[in-house]
Design a binder for this molecule. Structure first.
Ligand SMILES: [Cu+2]
Length: 621
């Protein structure tokens, strides 16, 4: 973007940067970022022919003036290497003839270049310099990937230069003309696994592609995880429909009654999913991994010691973000109406969220909610917890929340899962529109967020000034939206927020409702409870919640995911064992008719052992 004159200057600068590339990389081609919009190869008489090479390349995850790594990459013969690798995209049943050439000085194993569903273990081994010819038929329609390893490790254990050896493999149903976007998600790591660079289609934010859509457009995205860790892909401002999922070999296109609504979808290494959504509101939005480690400025490219000033200051407008983040601009359908002006019929409900700071204390941040319409005591006086008070809103009610920053750092609050106007979504320098983006809330300043939540459910408010200081020190809380006429009843409505906190002097811990060792909760037999679970940990994408009574697993009924009610058919009883990825919520219903002890167990990969939330069931009535 920008005007043509400036672009010309930029090109000259890029050319200059190319010419003065450091000597050790001078012989390597530069890998280009693959937007996965153009399929590689050629189709002759319904036969698809592709010449793929595996080469060394220099990769710039940001711009070509920034940091770089020497890596391995796929290339279509005669073209620059690409990260992710050349897009293979053919209709079902196409005969594929692929020539694979290993230009590396070491042997390589290539996976996924076969008919689907196939054998996940099937690979093609190529010695240094070897060329192989593969012939197969494109199998079932779906979203797949191909990838390679030089270490012989599975996809979840690759590291170093081999991590960029991955490409998308899409098989379209016969007779369709797909209009979609394909995102290959990756992680580079050094050999010691101590540094990571998270990327999407070969780039790290803010150098990832910036997509543009129009209000009302039908959007379809295919997401492929070619990295060694799971991701929790979160869309701001809108629910999306999960339309299909795959494990790399098998792909399941969901029927209408299998489709589910989400704002965050977990994707394991080697897996894929397909999502559809319709943007209803104009403005700037984000699609990103909710794991802090994958959405922060990569230290591998910006060593902390070299830059004492926080990155958020330097990269104005990116709020400390980097890595696995995509920017989306939704344009209004009519250029004359930038935002939908909702007629104000009543005075909005006004709330105030105060954020204050207690240096050298737990919690470092203290959040307090002032609600002039409520007679309830201020939420201020409770035991030290790394957790903000619940904010309870009503569906359809216009609400203004003034966030007042009494700390010494800038901040911003994101209303996670709430469908609101972009300007109030809370990403400084990004949300809003080209004319006016959301400001960071400076120390001493306030920001009024306006929203009229269109659905009742369990949501989250949290800092989007994503340095670990704020997210690990309690700058988050539950956001609950009730149906009109309902009042929040803490006797029957129990909220459990799982987070990661610097609970000094004990260090980094997993917390339940802001403490590492939660007190027992007393419940009554014969009484129906709604339990609301929220995962706002920094990185625990594989968090699990289970519930046992007298050491036996119990059954509970799933009610909602991410704040969206499940379809009546899916509201079934199931064993109380739930996967809850970062940035997702779940509501269940539970009732016990037995007196005695019960407990909820919360586990996550990076924390040894479990956190227990004890319950005592006493006779009801
Ligand atoms: Cu991630």
């Amino acid at each position: 973007m920008g005007h043509p004159g400036r672009f010309a200057v930029m090109s000259v600068l890029l050319l200059a940067a190319t010419l003065v590339r450091p000597a050790e990389n001078s012989s390597l081609p530069v890998a280009t970022a693959n937007d996965n919009r153009t399929a590689a190869g050629k189709i002759n008489n319904k036969k698809f022919e592709l010449h793929l090479e595996i080469r060394e390349a220099t990769w710039y995850p940001e711009d070509e003036g920034g940091g770089h790594r020497d890596v391995y990459a796929f290339a279509e013969a005669g073209h620059q290497p690409q990260i992710s690798g050349p897009l293979i995209r053919v209709p079902e049943g196409t005969e594929i003839q692929a020539f694979l050439r290993n230009v590396l000085p070491i042997e390589v194993k290539v996976y996924g270049l076969h008919s689907h569903p196939g054998d996940a273990q099937e690979s093609v081994m190529l010695a240094a310099g070897e060329t192989r010819e593969l012939k197969f038929v494109a199998g079932e329609a779906g979203t797949y990937l191909y990838w390679a390893t030089t270490s012989g490790k599975p996809i979840k254990d690759r590291k170093g230069p081999e991590t960029t050896l991955s490409g998308a493999f899409v098989v379209d149903p016969r007779g369709t003309n797909a209009h979609d976007e394909v995102f290959v998600v990756g992680l580079w790591s050094d050999a010691a696994f101590s540094q990571q660079i998270a990327w999407i289609n070969g780039k790290s934010w803010p150098f990832t592609s910036h997509l543009s859509f129009t209000v009302g457009e039908n959007i379809r995205w295919r997401v492929i995880n070619a990295s060694f860790e799971p991701h929790a892909m979160h869309l701001h401002g809108f629910f999306f429909t999960v339309a299909g999922v795959g494990d790399g070999e098998h792909y399941q296109q969901f029927s209408d009654n299998q489709k589910r609504q989400a704002v965050t979808e977990q994707i394991d290494p080697g897996h894929t999913f397909e999502m559809t959504w319709v943007p209803e509101r104009a403005g700037n939005w984000l699609f990103h991994c909710h794991m802090l480690v994958h959405m922060s400025v990569p230290e591998a490219l910006h060593p902390k010691e070299a830059k004492p000033v926080a990155h958020e200051m330097e990269q104005s407008g990116s709020a400390g973000m980097g890595g696995l983040v995509i920017g989306v601009t939704v344009l209004p359908r009519e250029m004359s109406a930038p935002t939908s002006a909702v007629a104000i019929t009543t005075a909005p409900r006004k709330l105030q969220l105060l954020i204050s700071e207690n240096p050298d204390k737990i919690p470092l941040y203290q959040l307090e909610l002032n609600d002039p319409t409520s007679s309830a005591e201020s939420s201020k006086k409770h035991a030290p917890r790394l957790l903000g008070p619940p904010i309870v809103l009503t569906r359809g009610e216009q609400t203004e929340i003034e966030v007042k920053n009494l700390t010494t750092n800038p901040t911003a609050i994101h209303w996670h899962g709430i469908e609101l106007e972009s300007f109030y979504d809370g990403v400084p320098g990004w949300t809003g529109s080209g004319q006016q983006t959301t400001p960071a809330i400076a120390p001493g300043a306030s920001f009024v967020a306006r929203m009229t939540p269109p659905r009742a459910g369990t949501f989250i408010y949290h800092t989007h000034w994503h340095d670990d200081l704020q997210l690990m020190n309690g700058l988050y809380g539950p956001l609950i939206v009730l149906e009109p006429g309902q009042t929040f009843d803490p006797e029957h409505d129990k909220v459990f927020v799982f987070s990661t906190g610097r609970y000094a002097p004990l260090g980094l811990m997993m917390l339940v409702n802001g403490v590492p060792e939660p007190d027992p909760v007393e419940l009554k037999t014969g009484t129906r409870y709604r339990l609301r679970f929220i995962n706002i940990t920094t990185n625990e994408s594989d968090l699990r919640v289970s519930f046992t009574s007298d050491e036996l697993p119990v059954q509970w009924k799933l009610l909602a995911r991410d704040g969206a009610d499940l379809p009546q058919l899916s509201r079934t009883f199931s064993a109380a064992n739930l996967a809850l990825t970062v940035g997702s919520t779940c509501d269940v219903e539970y009732q016990s008719d037995r007196e005695g002890y019960a407990e909820m167990q919360v586990s996550a990969r990076s924390f040894e052992g479990l956190i227990m939330q004890p319950f005592n069931f006493v006779a009801g009535k």
